[in-house]
Design a protein around this ligand. Structure first.
Ligand code: ZN
Ligand code: ZN
Length: 315
């Protein structure tokens, strides 16, 4: 019975491992019809990734091994030879949880059965009940399974499982804590944890809570860590977000919001200069055709109109 359970666990671990290995971890895609030069004209260069030619999002990092920016980057995992990001974090967590269970049950069963050759492999009744009758002849005939041979195999298996058990359990504990806090490993162990000045959403919203709220449901929310601290069980909401929320901020929308903001700055500056020269004219005007065009492009016209009514971007 134990043999079949272990085999089932191994197969499940193998399948989940294959999925997390092949799945796109959430690489940020270059926006269509927007060149890197255009981005350079709108954004502070620290907010752009020259390798991927994309606008960095708050939780993305450039992976030097994959040479791509990954949304909600956790780390690059050599075990799955892939980044762990917003799209495969749930799969990765399932993989390490299954692997920890497999290693732990194997380690414990090896210790329990370590000195019981006569009662286990050497006993025909036990072999019949456990499924060993199926596996043992695949390698050698029954007569070849001596006590010394079994003990040596046990010691080797114990050393291998023991070697991997501790790091896997440690990784599972770290990842479980990450999930409960809705934080990635790179965010928790970063040297500069409060680098809010280099965050794209800070640039887009000027840090105002009201503005973040008005653009809520769009790019800003997709970019930031959701705050569930007021919920009854924040840990569960955080785990759900880490596991299932693979929403990516739309690169085109980020670009359009920033260019709208820059256009307003320029219009105001031009209006101010005009006022000084002849004392007439409105500073920027209220119609703002560029704003209307961008609002249409953003497909958040309703939000944007409300946003504009309440004073627009604070500049
Ligand atoms: Zn990049
Ligand atoms: Zn990577």
């Amino acid at each position: 019975m134990l043999v079949w359970t272990q085999l089932g666990l191994f197969m499940a671990t193998f399948v989940i491992h294959t999925f997390s290995l092949c799945k796109d971890p959430g690489y940020l895609q270059k926006p269509k019809n927007i060149t890197f030069l255009q981005m350079m004209m709108q954004f502070d260069p620290v907010l752009l990734c020259p390798d991927c030619e994309i606008i960095r999002t708050d939780r993305s990092r450039h992976c030097s091994i994959c040479n791509q920016c990954t949304e909600r980057f956790d780390h690059h995992c050599p075990w799955i030879n892939n980044c762990v990001g917003s799209s495969n974090h749930g799969l990765f967590m399932t993989f390490i949880f299954l692997m920890a269970t497999l290693l732990l049950t194997t380690f414990v069963s090896l210790i329990v059965n370590f000195d019981c050759y006569e009662n286990n492999v050497g006993n025909a009744a036990v072999r019949d009940a456990s499924g060993l009758n199926f596996f043992m002849p695949l390698l050698l005939s029954y007569e070849s399974y001596s006590k010394a041979w079994i003990m040596t195999a046990n010691i080797i298996a114990l050393l291998i499982t023991g070697f991997f058990l501790l790091p896997v359990m440690l990784l599972t504990a770290i990842q479980t804590r990450n999930f409960c806090l809705n934080k990635t490993t790179s965010e928790r162990f970063a040297k500069n944890k409060n680098a809010s000045t280099s965050r794209t959403s800070t640039y887009l919203t000027s840090g105002s809570e009201a503005e973040i709220e008005l653009l809520g449901g769009s790019v800003i929310e997709a970019m930031q860590t959701r705050d569930h601290s007021t919920a009854t069980m924040p840990c569960l909401y955080n785990c759900y977000d880490m596991c299932c929320n693979s929403k990516q901020p739309d690169q085109k929308k980020i670009y359009l919001i920033q260019s709208h903001k820059n256009q307003k700055i320029q219009t105001r500056k031009a209006g101010g200069m005009h006022d000084n020269s002849d004392g007439s004219g409105s500073p920027g005007g209220n119609e703002n055709p560029i704003g209307v065009k961008i609002a249409q492009d953003l497909e958040i016209t309703e939000d944007f109109a409300a946003y504009e009514q309440k004073g627009g971007f604070k500049l």
